[in-house]
Design a protein around this ligand. Sequence first.
Ligand SMILES: Cc1cc2nc3c(=O)[nH]c(=O)nc-3n(C[C@H](O)[C@H](O)[C@H](O)COP(=O)(O)O)c2cc1C
Length: 165
Amino acid sequence: MPPAVLLIIWHSRTGAAQAMAEAALAGADEEGVGAARLMRAREVGADDVLAAAGYLFVCPENLGTISGEMKEFFDRTFYAVIGRTEGRPYATAIAAGNAGQGAEAQIDRIVAGWRLRRVAPSLIMRFGGDTPEAITAPKRLSGNVQQSCRELGRSFAAGLQLGIF
Ligand SMILES: Cc1cc2nc3c(=O)[nH]c(=O)nc-3n(C[C@H](O)[C@H](O)[C@H](O)COP(=O)(O)O)c2cc1C
């Protein structure tokens, strides 16, 4: 049987979601290198989605929704994947300023069409920012945020490897 690979799909505009996705990969690697695959949203095709056993979607909230590149990924692959992923597990990790629920809810709605099943609670990391300069500045993760994302990747990969999901 092929290994149950977690596909971590990310987009990031100012670095936060990218670093979150990389931390999740580092956590998954603790379960064995190759347990997860990290791909930028624009590089992911329907075949990559179909080849994976589970999905971690990582992106920022932009203007109340998922970022454009993440939306474009779903738009591009949605109908090639529909009907072929029923029951597979997923989780989300959202980078936000002060909100994030809009992006999370949007992913939940989209992947309900793929009949995916959420296996980890909401993870929204808020980076604040009251000015255009602060909001568009490059982001770095605190140790706590890094640890939360790492743990999400580790536990998701472990669940897949053990066949729990
Ligand atoms: C164009 C734009 C729109 C944004 N809209 C929102 C928003 O609707 N809600 C929110 O909480 N944060 C919003 N933010 C802040 C980002 O979500 C936040 O800075 C996040 O950490 C960025 O992640 P990234 O570094 O991966 O791009 C916005 C930022 C930009 C640049």
